[in-house]
Design a protein around this ligand. Structure first.
Ligand code: AP5
Length: 191
């Protein structure tokens, strides 16, 4: 199965993606975590950061979106890897209309199709509270505010994009983790 998970910061994308990865036995590709790992990959001199880390650091720290060209190139390489052949759940990608369109082109090239886009929906106050409680380096109040603003501005239009393609599943993620997961599985027909 091939799934994308959409949602603001703290919506529960990572939490639900990990559960789906285990349940459906598909690859879990979390762009935020991959970028953080790439940024942190420095030696004592601080000069072994990967190219991806170098390109992303400034953006991730400020809660800005990493440029589309960087992300699209990364996802193309990632989905060509062998472990992606039997299915995946994309956690945090796509985030812009351009990324969504490019993902469709890529899947066309690969003769694959997306099964569903799962939108995790929760009030802004819940997103802020959960994100602040995480306390990662880039979870400053300013960066969280910026991530929420960018989600509303750049990512919510994707709901319509996937709805028009009859691919959208909307889930209320302001409820216990198990319940959110169960609702997703019910929609996927594997509950
Ligand atoms: P990313 O890591 O994707 O950040 P995010 O969208 O802000 O999401 P989070 O990881 O904060 O939250 P989540 O929705 O995964 O929630 P989680 O399950 O962790 O991206 C970071 C940065 O990378 C971006 O700002 C950007 O710079 C860059 N980036 C990434 N992808 C990009 C792209 N495609 N294009 C451009 N730039 C990109 O849960 C959060 C907390 O809530 C946890 O503590 C969890 O235990 C708790 N929780 C979860 N569900 C529930 C529940 N139902 N009830 C109670 N608590 C819950």
């Amino acid at each position: 199965m091939r799934l994308v998970i959409l949602g603001g910061p703290g919506a529960g994308k990572g939490t639900q993606a990990e559960l789906l990865h285990r349940r459906l036995e598909v690859s879990w590709i979390a762009t935020g975590d991959i970028l953080r790992t790439a940024i942190a990959a420095k030696d004592a001199d601080g000069d072994s950061q990967t190219e991806l880390g170098r390109q992303a650091q400034n953006y991730v720290e400020r809660g800005e979106l990493v440029p589309d060209e960087v992300m699209i190139h990364f996802i193309r390489q990632r989905l060509l890897r062998a472990d992606a052949a039997s299915g995946w759940v994309l956690d945090g990608y796509p985030r812009t209309a351009f990324q969504a369109e490019e993902l469709d082109f890529l899947l066309e090239d690969l003769h694959q199709h997306l099964d569903y886009a799962i939108a995790l929906e929760a009030p802004e106050s819940v997103l802020t509270r959960r994100s602040l409680a995480r306390g990662r380096e880039d979870d400053t109040p300013e960066a969280i505010q910026r991530r929420i603003a960018l989600f509303l501005e750049r990512t919510t239009p994707l709901l319509e994009y996937y709805e028009m393609r009859h691919r959208l599943i909307r889930i209320n993620s302001d409820q216990p983790i198990d319940q959110v997961q169960q609702e997703i599985l019910n929609h996927l027909g594997v509950g």
